[in-house]
Design a protein around this ligand. Sequence first.
Ligand code: FAD
Length: 155
Amino acid sequence: MEDHQFRNAMGNFATGITVITTVVENEVYGMTANAFTSVSLDPKLVLISIANKAKMLTHIQQSKKFAVNFLASDQRAVSMQFAGQIKDAKPYEFDWFNSHPVIKDALANITCSVKSEYVAGDHTLLIGEVTNLQLKDGEPLLFYQGKYHELKHVE
Ligand code: FAD
């Protein structure tokens, strides 16, 4: 199987978009990620998958904590900025929640401490124990076949 066939197949799975945030020695970092899933209710666990070459992996290994921020439909520019797709992006003004930097106006800010990590090929899976969360009403930003989409309601 060619790499592009695998990539195309995974692109047919529609997802929301998150920005993962963390803080190390007062320096704040963010990274766009759609490899996110809820794992367990008791205890409350979530999973993110981060490329071994991403700087965010080292940052989280240092801080041992991260926040998952679900982007709203009007936050495409935020997704692009934290995916490194905007040249000369302006400094981003983070909000703070539960001592974590978070994305303002996201549909959810979920703060986590790292419970375990597993290297899986060229990515590392991080399991986070949820320490707090806050929610906002709104519509999600979606990602499908490499493009951004908005929700369409069906009866
Ligand atoms: P960098 O490339 O240095 O950081 C990314 C960008 O974030 C920087 O260019 C900068 O513009 C911005 N940034 C960071 N911190 C700040 C700050 N404090 N203030 C202002 N701007 C800041 N990769 C994965 O590993 N897992 C995934 O699940 C995943 N899903 C993705 C989903 C989508 C829809 C997209 C578009 C990309 C996804 N990526 C994923 C790729 C990932 O977002 C990029 O490779 C990213 O650039 C890697 O970030 P980095 O930690 O190496 O750091």
